[in-house]
Design a protein around this ligand. Structure first.
Ligand SMILES: Nc1nc2c(ncn2[C@@H]2O[C@H](COP(=O)(O)OP(=O)(O)OP(=O)(O)O)[C@@H](O)[C@H]2O)c(=O)[nH]1
Ligand SMILES: [Mg+2]
Length: 589
């Protein structure tokens, strides 16, 4: 199936032509048929020569209904420009064509209608020239008359050629179905319709309804009046939804694949404008429109738009911008460059952003977005619509190579700084480094380790080259204090210095821990330190006792007090040198 929208000035015969081609009534409302004026979108379809089916989205030509026209044109891949032979090129011919051009629609046809009323030549020539200057380029032009039927077979053939030549959209693309109609059917709930440009909707799929992002389930699918189990774009679809309160959905909302789109109200865009861009704008995409406020970044052609209502967007999306206050039918096109742009706080940030974004392609890649953001979750990149999401470096974090290199250098810096500030600490805690670098996830810090910074027992250290072979160097006052303790222990190796003595030497808990790590002291408990090797000496002394032995016997054999003996025996228990029996005696293992 393919979908094509009509476009053209009011009363130029768009609906009549759709009626003649399909045998269906595109003017759905009685008021439209009574007044002979299309107000809202109409839908019809036909089978083309060759068997392909083509759905028409018939738009209103009256200038008052331009928003409805844009809602119909928004998601379609092709357009049927309609100009009346007796009317010629008119203001809404130009306005509709400007919208087509801004959307970047590149496939289409020209039908010159009412050819029974006037020579179609002049209208055909002018319209062809106008169209040639837009994204449509050179198109086939066919004069037709709905009254005599002349030209209709040629138009059907041209439509078949057009439909056959349209590119196949990606069936695996994330679904974004802009709702153009919503109604409720007694007994079966809510139905929404729309033009599905790409991707596949299946029975029982869960989709999110924007902007609430409330989940809804697809209860049934219809396309061109037939019930279906799955439909892939391009297609007209009607979905019966479960999980929606009656009458809640409406035009401009969208059904999106969970995780597939970024719901955003701040975007950076490239605006295709030669002149001034108004500050207050109407922003259109798909069937949606919302007021927005534009701020240009200098004269770079890029700027930021803040939307009143959030929209589900991808980078690379095309937007239409209109000045709602202007009498001129002025339509600007814009390309979305970033859907989660950083705040511009610093002076000159907007100028810098403009200079950076001006170099971006219209379809930014993951590499462009990462260069700007430094790091992004792979899931966020997917939701931004970025192609080529790189393999994450840690968890689901994708990083920019330049950002990563700088982060590695900064990590080495903060770890070195920390080691200077806290010479006795075993290293810098990973979370402290994470905070110092402003990273969102400790796994990133862990992934940064390696190279000059090593992760060891949960802390980070800089490896100090070949000097690492020996124990880490300790500050001179600490080494002197340790020497004094070892001198105390020289004669009576199990008479551990009293707390007062340690305090007097400046050996607090941290200093003791550092000395113990360096292998200069044996730390038995918070209060008790002995010389390195005292544990082996104790085991030897205890081994000479009859087994098992009591705490008192051990104390005597070691020549020490209960203050030392009890923690020392518990230390030996933990070291599995001794074993404590149920009667509180011990033996060597
Ligand atoms: N003689 C003649 N009249 C036509 C032809 N096509 C359309 N008309 C008439 O032109 C008038 C406008 O036709 P519509 O089809 O309503 O025009 P439209 O472009 O859909 O108008 P809007 O949707 O309101 O913009 C109607 O009175 C039609 O009967 C044609 O080929 N020949
Ligand atoms: Mg009409």
């Amino acid at each position: 199936m393919q979908v094509i929208a009509t476009a053209g000035h009011v009363d130029h015969g768009k609906s009549t032509l759709v009626r003649a081609l399909t045998g269906m009534e595109p003017d759905r409302w009685e008021e439209e048929r009574k007044r002979g004026l299309t107000i809202d979108l109409g839908f019809a379809w036909t089978e083309l020569p060759g068997g392909e089916r083509l759905a028409f989205v018939d738009v209103p030509g009256h200038e008052r209904f331009v928003p409805n026209m844009l809602a119909g044109l928004g998601p379609v891949p092709a357009v049927l420009m309609v100009v009346a032979a007796d009317g010629g090129w008119m203001p809404q011919s130009a306005e509709h064509l400007a919208a087509v051009d801004s959307l970047g629609i590149s496939r289409g046809l020209l039908a010159v209608t009412r050819a029974d009323l006037a020579d179609p030549g002049p209208a055909l020539r002018q319209a062809t020239a106008e169209i040639a200057a837009t994204s449509l380029g050179a198109v086939e032009a066919i004069p037709v008359s709905a009254v005599t039927g002349s030209g209709l077979p040629a138009l059907r053939n041209a439509l078949a050629r057009l439909a056959g030549g349209l590119p196949e959209p990606d069936q695996a693309a994330p679904v974004r179905l802009w709702v153009d109609r919503a109604f409720s059917i007694k007994g079966s709930g809510t139905v929404v319709t729309g033009t599905l440009p790409a991707g596949t909707v299946r029975l029982d799929d869960e989709l999110l309804l924007t902007p609430s992002m409330r989940p809804v389930r697809v209860r049934s699918i219809e396309s061109l009046g037939e019930s279906r189990e799955a439909v892939s774009g391009v297609a007209r679809v009607a979905l019966n939804l479960r999980g929606v309160a009656r009458e809640v959905p409406g035009r401009g909302m969208a059904l999106v694949r969970p995780g597939g789109w970024t719901l955003t109200s701040v975007i950076d865009v490239r605006i295709a404008a030669s002149g001034k861009v108004p500050r207050e704008l109407a922003v259109h995409i798909g069937s949606a429109r919302t007021p927005g406020r534009a701020r240009l970044f200098g004269d770079t052609g890029v700027g930021r738009i803040t939307l009143r209502d959030p929209l589900p967007l991808h980078v690379g999306d095309r937007l239409l911008l209109r000045d709602p206050g202007s009498a001129e039918p002025a339509i600007l096109g814009a390309t979305v460059l970033d859907v989660t742009p950083p705040e511009l706080r610093r002076r000159g940030a907007a100028t810098a952003a403009g200079a950076e974004l001006a170099r971006w392609p219209d379809r930014p890649a993951a590499a462009d977005l990462l260069r700007r953001h430094g790091l992004l979750r792979a899931g966020a990149l997917t939701a931004m619509g970025a192609a080529d999401v790189p393999v994450p470096v840690a968890g689901d974090w994708a990083v920019d190579p330049g950002f990563w290199k700088t982060a590695r250098q900064r990590l080495a810096g903060v770890v070195t700084e920390h080691a200077k500030r806290e010479p006795l600490a075993p290293g810098m805690p990973v979370d402290a480094a994470r905070a110092a670098l402003g990273l969102p996830d400790r796994r990133l810090v862990e992934a940064l380790a390696g190279g000059p910074v090593r992760l060891d027992g949960g802390t980070l250290r800089t490896s100090a080259g070949p000097a690492r072979a020996g124990p880490p160097s300790l500050p001179e006052p600490l080494v002197a204090a340790v020497r004094a303790v070892l001198a105390d222990l020289a004669g009576e190796p199990f008479r551990a210095p009293e707390a007062d003595r340690l305090r007097g030497l400046g050996l607090d808990g941290r200093a003791v821990a550092a000395a113990a790590r360096a292998g200069l002291l044996l730390r038995i408990s918070d209060q008790i330190v002995l010389a390195p090797g005292a544990d082996v000496a104790a085991a030897r002394a205890l081994g000479r006792l009859p087994q098992p032995f009591t705490t008192a016997e051990a104390r005597k054999a070691l020549g020490t007090t209960r203050r030392v003996a009890i923690p020392l025996l518990e230390f030996l228990d933990r070291a599995r040198i001794t074993e404590r029996l149920p009667d509180d005696r011990r033996r060597l293992r």
